[in-house]
Design a protein around this ligand. Structure first.
Ligand code: ZN
Length: 401
C-alpha cells in the first residue's frame, strides 16, 4: 500500500506537510468520517429517509444538506489558489456580472481566474442602448473591469484574471480562421488579458481536434509570424466513449502541446497518454460537478480523477459552468467539498496539493514553451510570478490550519 502511495501525484506534497498540518488533517478527516455517519446515513437519521441522503448522492439534491455541514465551513475557508477552467457565457450586464464574479471568488478564497470566453457573445455595457457583440468592445470592458476590481477594496488579495480566447469547435474552417485572426489582433492590443486559445462547445457532436488540426497548425504558425505568444489550453476527452473520435482528441491535444487539458475525462483509459502527460508536465483541469451534472459520471464516487492522481497525473479542480450547473456560485467550494467527501484517500492534504497545482499551472504571464516547462517543473524554485504566488499561497495554507 505504501509503495503504491509513492506513485500518487500528491505524494511529495503530503511528505512535506508540517506537524501542525498533519494534526489538522487528521482532525478534518475525523469530522468527515463523523459526518458520513451523522449526516450522510439514513439509518442514523431516519427522518431523512424520504430524501435519502447517502455518500456520493446526486450533487444537486445533496447541496442543501452539504452546505449545513462542518466540513463545508472548513472547505469554504481553505485557500484554493486559482480557478483555471470556467466559461463566461452571454450576460445581461457585463460590468455588474464581472464585479460580482470576482467578489464571489475572493470570498471563496480563490485568488486568480483564467476564464474561457468566446468574445462574439452578445452582452450589454452600461449606458449602451443595445447588446454588443463586438470583440474589441468586450475585451476593452474586461480589461477595465479586472483593473478596477483589483484596485478596489473588495479586490484586496485578488491576483487578477486572464482570458483564454475560445472559438466554437463546430464552426466551419473559414469562420474559425477569421476568429483566430481576431484573437491574434486583439492579443497585440491586450497582451496581458489574453493568455491562450481553446475551442469550446460539446466535444461529442462537434468537430474533432484531428479535423481541426490544419486550423490549429495555421494558428500556431501565424502567431509565430506575427510574434505573439498564445499557447493552447485545449478541452479534450470530455466523453464516456472509448476509442471514439472524441476520446482520441486527447492524442491530438497532447501532440499539439496543449499546456493543460480541459476535463480529460477519458484520460484514465490511456496508459501511454498518462505517461506522456507526466513527461510533458501537462495538468488536467478536472471539473467533477460539471461531469456529474452532465452525466459523464454517475456520482462523485465513480469519477475518474482519483485514478489519475494515484498514477501520478497532476490535476486541479475547476467548476466549468457554475451558473448553469447548479453550484449556484462561481466559487470552488462545492467541487472541493465533493472531492474530499467523495474520495476517501484524498483528505484536506490532497485538496491542498490540487490547489497548489492550480497556481503552479496558472498562466500569470506570457512564457515561451521553455520558460513554461521550466516554471511548472521548478515551481517554488522558478523565476517570475509563479514562484511568488506559490509562496503567498503556502503562507495562507499554513495559516489556514
Ligand atoms: Zn469547459
Amino acid at each position: 500500500m505504501s509503495n503504491e502511495r509513492l506513485q500518487r501525484s500528491d505524494h511529495e506534497f503530503r511528505a512535506a506537510l508540517s506537524p501542525t498540518a498533519i494534526k489538522a488533517s487528521s482532525i478534518i478527516s475525523n469530522i468527515r468520517s463523523e459526518e458520513l455517519k451523522s449526516t450522510w446515513s439514513t439509518s442514523a437519521t431516519p427522518s431523512l429517509n424520504p430524501e435519502e441522503l447517502f455518500p456520493g448522492m446526486m450533487f444537486n439534491i445533496a447541496k442543501p444538506a452539504l452546505e449545513s455541514t462542518k466540513l463545508w465551513k472548513i472547505i469554504q475557508k481553505m485557500p484554493k489558489g486559482a480557478l483555471l477552467h470556467c466559461h463566461l457565457g452571454a450576460m445581461v450586464d457585463l460590468e455588474k456580472f464581472l464585479q460580482k464574479f470576482f467578489t464571489t471568488l475572493v470570498a471563496d478564497e480563490v485568488r486568480w481566474v483564467e476564464f474561457r470566453s468566446a468574445p462574439f457573445t452578445a452582452f450589454t455595457v452600461e449606458k449602451a442602448e443595445k447588446a454588443s457583440d463586438d470583440p474589441d468592445v468586450l475585451l476593452g470592458v474586461l480589461n477595465e473591469e479586472i483593473e478596477k476590481f483589483k484596485s478596489s477594496d473588495a479586490g484586496r488579495g485578488f491576483w487578477g484574471a486572464r482570458m483564454i480566447w475560445a472559438s466554437l469547435r463546430f464552426w466551419p474552417t473559414e469562420k474559425i480562421i477569421q476568429d483566430m485572426s481576431h484573437c491574434i489582433r486583439l492579443k497585440k492590443l491586450y497582451p496581458d488579458l489574453i493568455s491562450g486559445y481553446d475551442l469550446v462547445g460539446h466535444e461529442d457532436p462537434g468537430r474533432t481536434l484531428e479535423s481541426l488540426t490544419p486550423e490549429l497548425l495555421w494558428f500556431q504558425e501565424e502567431c509565430k509570424t506575427q510574434a505573439v505568444n498564445i499557447p493552447l489550453f485545449l478541452h479534450a476527452g470530455e466523453t464516456v466513449g472509448c476509442g471514439t473520435p472524441t476520446d482520441q482528441n486527447l492524442y491530438t491535444a497532447i501532440l499539439l502541446r496543449s499546456r493543460r487539458l480541459g476535463h480529460a475525462f477519458s484520460l484514465y483509459k490511456h496508459p501511454l497518454l498518462i505517461d506522456q502527460c507526466k513527461k510533458q508536465n501537462i495538468l488536467v483541469e478536472s471539473c467533477p460537478i460539471s461531469n456529474e451534472v452532465l452525466r459523464y459520471s454517475a456520482s462523485i464516487m465513480s469519477h475518474p480523477l482519483p485514478a489519475l492522481i494515484s498514477r501520478g497525473v497532476k490535476a486541479a479542480l475547476s467548476n466549468d459552468d457554475p451558473a448553469l450547473l447548479g453550484q449556484g456560485t462561481s466559487g470552488l467550494s462545492h467541487d472541493f467539498w465533493q472531492a474530499i467527501q467523495g474520495w476517501e484517500d484524498l483528505g484536506i492534504e490532497g485538496l491542498g496539493s490540487l490547489a497548489e497545482n492550480s497556481i503552479r499551472w496558472a498562466a500569470f504571464e506570457d512564457e515561451s514553451e521553455d520558460e513554461w516547462n521550466l516554471g511548472v517543473e521548478k515551481g517554488y524554485e522558478s523565476a517570475g510570478v509563479r514562484a511568488k504566488r506559490m509562496e503567498e499561497w503556502k503562507v495562507e495554507w499554513e495559516s489556514f490550519y
